[in-house]
Design a protein around this ligand. Structure first.
Ligand code: PLP
Length: 404
């Protein structure tokens, strides 16, 4: 009977949506401005290597975030790798397991061991008290992740890093244009790293940036992203190629011009989802603090199976049948993926909240491609599923009681 739960949307033969609705569908700004810039790039014949659009984007992001330095990159992962290297992290670094795998890989790629830390189940963010328990003589730093764009406990982590003389970096891939206590994310710790990947609410096709107020760190990051070149024919450092190209920067400038519109759409969708889910028992929508600036780019649900009588995985299956391409997020947790699963087979014992959460969470579509009508319909589908799942389970229970 349980296997039949995915047939329970009961909306007839055709799915609720004709076209698939995706999580992380790209937000695209004004096409004509983008095309103007593309033409200009071709006219100038300057395609990469710190071109005028990259410089303009770096100036504008630094001003927006309120930091001295913005160094753009080809993607967020390379930006993380370079920030980690420039901050001179070695040995062990404490990170949450509840994050995208790139946070851990950026360390392991350079043979630094990620030590996975548990989260606060209310915020889904790394828990400072748990960080402290994981510090060893080999620990050199902490990477906080602002999951879903909700800043992690910056004060708590800063205090621990000061007390133990550890470097503190933030993976701010989700938190571009968000604030913590009214101050823009990007200015905390030694450095913060953004991702401008196509699936993020603000994109440059592929891209990312390191932002910092530390002059020395910034100059190391700049050298490292350009092979260590300090001038023509003069290499003074080991480096890689982390450069953003001009087309990506042109997309970034175009995205910047539409960013407030993207946020407004996301906020509207978030409020519509809030209304839609307010009366569905067992389905909890993660809330954002509307006193802070936020990009509202993730619609995050927690499913309490005890109440809904349908678990998260079955619910996702039903939604996908209806062309609502809901996704489990960061399932099954970094610590359960390779190579970490083999390195630390028992890591889960220290991560009870993470293990619980990765079984409950899913993300729903939002962004520019999703309007109020679609949100209402998605909520309606989920309401139907939950109502029916309950009925079927109750009938099943009665049936079992009868035959006993
Ligand atoms: C997207 C993301 C990254 C990686 O960024 P890319 O630009 O895709 O390389 C890193 N960390 C987190 C938390 C992310 O969501």
């Amino acid at each position: 009977m349980k296997n039949k739960l995915e047939d329970l949307a009961l909306l007839g033969g055709s799915p609720a949506f004709q076209e698939k609705l995706h999580v992380g569908y790209p937000n695209i700004g004004d096409r004509s401005y983008l095309m103007e810039r593309m033409n200009d790039i071709l006219d100038k014949n300057w395609l990469s290597n710190n071109g005028p659009y990259v410089q303009e984007l770096e100036r504008k992001i630094a001003a927006l975030v309120g930091v001295k330095h913005c160094i753009t990159m080809c993607n967020g992962t390379v930006a993380l790798e370079i920030a980690i290297r420039a901050a001179e992290l070695t040995g062990e670094v404490i990170v949450p397991s509840m994050t995208f795998i790139a946070t851990a890989h950026a360390l392991q790629w350079q043979e630094i061991t990620p030590i996975f830390c548990d989260i606060d189940p209310k915020t889904h963010n790394i828990k400072p008290e748990k960080v402290e328990e994981l510090i060893t003589p080999r620990t050199t730093g902490i990477i906080g992740v602002h999951l879903w764009g909700r800043p992690c406990d910056v004060e708590g982590l800063s205090e621990i890093s000061r007390r133990h003389n550890l470097k503190l970096i933030f993976d701010a891939a989700h938190a571009f244009h968000c604030t913590y206590n009214g101050r823009m994310v990007g200015s905390f710790g030694s450095a913060e790293v953004f991702s401008f990947h196509a699936t993020k609410f603000f994109n440059t096709f592929e891209g990312g940036a390191v932002v910092t107020n530390d002059d020395d760190l910034a100059s190391r990051v700049r050298l490292m992203k350009n092979f260590g070149f300090s001038g023509y024919d003069n290499v003074i450092y080991i480096g890689t190629n982390g450069k953003m190209n001009e087309v990506s920067a042109a997309m970034g400038l175009t995205s910047l011009e539409s960013m407030e519109k993207f946020v407004d759409r996301n906020l509207q969708n978030y409020r519509d989802y809030q209304r839609g889910f307010s009366d569905i028992p067992g389905i909890y929508l993660l809330s954002y603090n509307e006193q802070e600036k936020c990009n509202y780019q993730y619609i995050v649900l927690e499913v309490d199976e005890e109440v809904t009588h349908i678990n998260r995985d079955d619910l996702v299956k039903v939604l996908i049948k209806e062309n609502i391409m809901a996704r489990r997020y960061f399932y099954p947790g970094c610590h359960r993926m390779e190579p970490y699963r083999s390195y630390f087979p028992n890591a889960g014992l220290l991560l009870p909240e993470t293990e619980k959460l990765v079984g409950r969470v899913l993300c729903l579509p939002t962004g520019n491609a999703v309007g109020s009508d679609a949100v209402r319909e998605i909520c309606q589908v989920i309401r139907l599923v939950v109502v029916n799942a309950r009925r079927v389970r109750e009938e099943l229970k009665r049936y079992k009681e009868k035959i006993n």
